[in-house]
Design a protein around this ligand. Structure first.
Ligand code: SF4
Ligand code: SF4
Length: 279
């Protein structure tokens, strides 16, 4: 049976907040019996955008991570709710707006911080995939329809096909160690949880930046990643695991020479500064 999944491309999210506003517009002040009581106008919404900054100086990378209910297949909220939260056959997790009343404890069991608390109605609430619209014939939730970069994509396919797509496209889920089997998949998640090595290649006199130099990152003598410097002599090798340890970096240009550096990759991205080539 086909089920709903959401695919989010972190590299395409530009922090415009259209999805956040669309979710608020849909849910604040509107009552959808059996699906949702009105969400609060103030405070964090059911969809939020997290900002992540890596690097420093002009080697700075800012990425945005849309977060919402992950519609987990093995959801702690469903287990804790005693029937007040249900998993639909199409994969969507729904908090019953009547049965959940007073269940503030459900805001604590979600490993994704995806449950907001409606103080006025004494209700835990989530982004429920706009199930009321999908059930009325919509082809995708509102947040997807308003995303100008198509960073959000709702996909209804069977689990085997989704698993194959995730494998083929390098999609990952948040906090897989929680064991909740989320249905929200992320592309380019390394922009959030990976680190990079960056620097600038300059000539021997450190007077000019060197465009087109090849930069290789080696481990135990074997190249594991490479990049080429841009018009400013800058390079960035991204997607490394934090705390992955010692590497050797080799920069080469056919006319300007080469240079080597030892690099220690710790918990944060490493910005090496200028690397001067020697003839
Ligand atoms: S609408 Fe799209 S680009 Fe804008 S914040 Fe949401 S996910 Fe990012
Ligand atoms: S993200 Fe949280 S609220 Fe949503 S299904 Fe998973 S555990 Fe439940």
């Amino acid at each position: 049976m086909s089920k709903w999944n959401l695919i989010i491309d972190v590299a395409e999210c530009h922090n415009c907040h259209n999805c956040v506003v669309a979710a608020k517009d849909e849910l604040v002040g509107n009552h959808f019996p059996r699906y949702s009581a009105p969400h609060p106008a103030q405070g964090q919404g059911a969809i939020r955008i997290e900002r992540h900054v890596r690097g420093r100086g002009h080697h700075l990378d800012t990425a945005y991570l849309p977060r919402m209910c992950q519609h987990c297949d093995d959801a702690p909220c469903v287990k804790a709710a005693g029937g007040a939260v249900s998993k639909r056959a199409d994969g969507i997790v729904l908090f019953d707006p009547e049965a959940c009343r007073g269940r503030r404890d459900l805001t604590q069991v979600c490993p994704y911080g995806a449950v907001i608390w409606n103080e006025e109605l004494q209700l835990p609430q989530t982004w429920f995939f706009d199930a009321h619209l999908l059930d009325a014939g919509w082809r995708e939730p509102r947040c997807v329809t308003v995303c100008p970069t198509r960073a959000l994509q709702a996909v209804r396919i069977d689990d085997a096909a989704m698993a194959e797509r995730a494998r083929a496209e390098g999609l990952r889920t948040l906090h897989p160690e929680a064991g909740t089997r989320p249905r929200v998949y992320y592309r380019h998640l390394a922009r959030i949880d990976g680190v990079f090595v960056a620097g600038s290649v300059v000539d021997a006199g450190a007077a000019e930046c060197v465009e087109g130099a090849q930069v290789e990152l080696l481990r135990d003598g074997r190249a594991v990643a490479q990049a080429r410097t841009d018009a400013f002599g800058d390079f960035r090798i991204d997607g490394l695991s934090p705390d992955s340890g010692a590497y050797q970096l080799v920069a080469r240009h056919e006319l300007q020479g080469s240079a080597r550096r030892q690099v220690q990759v710790g918990p944060h991205s490493a910005v090496l500064g200028d690397i001067a080539l020697e003839p």
